[in-house]
Design a protein around this ligand. Structure first.
Ligand code: ADP
Ligand code: ZN
Length: 434
């Protein structure tokens, strides 16, 4: 027996989803045109009025929004309704150094929490579960979104927020948490801490984890699943579109279903802005179909991924997105070569190293330096310099074959790289500071 939070919409036919989307987009474009002068201006510059948008096929005519627009319009320029209707704000974690403030009406909060509830149910959650929410609470969307979703499902919610790992473990054990929600890097840290305290994976009652808000690899998923004894589900979202829950994984674990009744997704060529056909790799663009407070149309996420309409065995019909294959602004260009942190993580985990690493890029004498600090697992760690050098050399070779350039590898003692309780800081690019 399959479980859905909102079966009718989650398993609706493609035609039905299109019908809903078409109905909503016409209303939404009119709403934005009438209420958001900033966007009305952008439409007018293209000679567009709401009458030009009759279905989602016309979305491609609309102008894009980017983080630059959000900064320019900060704080109220993209607000879609009277402030008196707003009940909440959230703000980005500032991964890229620029804060964004998003506004929610009560309708928007409900809609967002329902999306998170769909994710929890897809991970096997019911009202009999104990859901430990260890994403940060406060401005960050992670805690608020999953907390609300957990309430909607009827789980007993543990509003832990991130950090204080000993207390996380105590509550997890004493109250019998069955679902853990946090960033994947924090999940890995919790797994490591449990082992250190002498717990085996089967000692906890966890069955599933809902992890997202930052990139993580398949290899990291396997590590977390093993250390916690759970099935680990991915969840995706961004503050601009509401937060986590825009897309979530089902038991297939083959891409995340996008909640298409609320968010219309396109893949574009990041250089030309042209819409690409299904199956192409490109930048993900979202149009929020029914948000009132912060109704962004054609928002460029910078996340690079692929969409697929292939039938899913879970019965959900909504389009699936791959894990972001990188963020176009996360990509480092080192000595002219494109390098994504996720590629580095894949190599490390394949070679038997833990996901505890830091990438440092700098420029010395007009040439890029590229160093990776990696914790050496205790069983490989040796006092003999020559043995450590051999390990470093092997890792350098593996990196070179994946990336096309070879970083300088520094193996450091176990537990010397700072652990993350929220989004991990993996890259220190000193070139940007010059
Ligand atoms: P910031 O841009 O400050 O990090 P957010 O906290 O809203 O703001 O983060 C949104 C971004 O986080 C997304 O655009 C994406 O790059 C990343 N992200 C969110 N969920 C995932 C996920 N499951 N896998 C990979 N990256 C993710
Ligand atoms: Zn599915």
């Amino acid at each position: 027996m399959k479980n859905y939070y909102q079966p009718e919409i989650e398993t609706a036919s493609y035609e039905e989803i299109r019908r809903i989307q078409n109905e909503k987009i016409v209303k939404q474009v009119k709403h934005v045109y009438d209420n958001v002068p900033y966007y009305r201006n952008l439409m007018q510059q293209k000679g567009l009025t709401p009458d030009d948008i009759k279905s989602v096929d016309d979305i491609k005519k609309l102008p894009f929004l980017s983080k630059d627009d959000l900064r320019e319009a900060y704080p109220f320029g993209l607000l879609g309704t009277d402030l008196k209707n707003i009940v909440r704000i959230q703000s980005t974690s500032g991964t890229t150094g620029k804060r964004v403030v998003a506004f929610y009406t009560q309708h928007d909060v409900d809609l967002w929490e329902e999306c998170c509830a769909r994710a929890i149910v897809a991970a096997g959650g019911t009202n009999e579960d104990v859901c430990q929410v260890a994403y940060g609470y406060g401005l960050f969307t992670g805690g608020a979104g999953l907390n609300g979703g957990s309430h909607k499902v009827g789980c007993m919610t543990l509003p832990m927020s991130s950090g204080n790992t000993d207390r996380q473990i105590q509550f997890m054990m004493d109250l019998g948490a069955t679902i853990l929600c946090c960033t994947p890097s924090y999940a890995a840290y919790i797994g490591e801490s449990l082992a250190e305290q002498g717990y085996k994976p089967e000692d906890n009652k966890l069955k599933a984890g809902i992890f997202g808000a930052e990139p993580w690899t398949e290899e990291m998923r396997q590590g977390i699943e093993k250390s916690l004894g759970i099935k680990a589900y991915d969840i995706y979202g961004l503050t601009e579109t509401s937060g986590p829950g825009v897309a979530f994984e089902c038991e297939e674990q083959k891409g995340m279903h996008i909640n298409e009744d609320h968010f219309y997704a396109e893949i574009i060529d990041p250089e030309t802005g042209e819409v690409l056909p299904e199956g192409s790799k490109g930048e993900l663009v979202f149009t929020s179909l029914d948000k009132e407070g912060f109704p962004l149309l054609r928002y460029r996420t910078k996340d690079i991924c692929i969409l697929s309409r292939e039938k899913c065995s879970c019965g959900r019909t909504h389009v699936r997105m791959t894990k972001p294959l990188g963020r176009s602004d996360d990509m480092m260009i080192i000595r002219g070569v494109n390098v994504f942190p996720s590629q580095i993580e894949t190599v490390l985990l394949k070679e038997g190293y833990p996901p505890n690493y830091q990438i440092v890029v700098d420029r010395v004498n007009n040439s890029d330096t590229f160093d990776i600090y990696v914790e050496c697992p205790a069983e490989l760690f040796s006092d003999k310099v020559s043995e450590m050098q051999t390990l470093e050399k092997n890792l350098n070779t593996a990196m070179r074959s994946m990336l096309g350039i070879g970083p300088k590898i520094h193996l450091v003692a176990p537990k010397t790289i700072e652990r993350s309780e929220g989004k991990a800081v993996r890259v220190i690019d000193k070139r940007k500071l010059h």
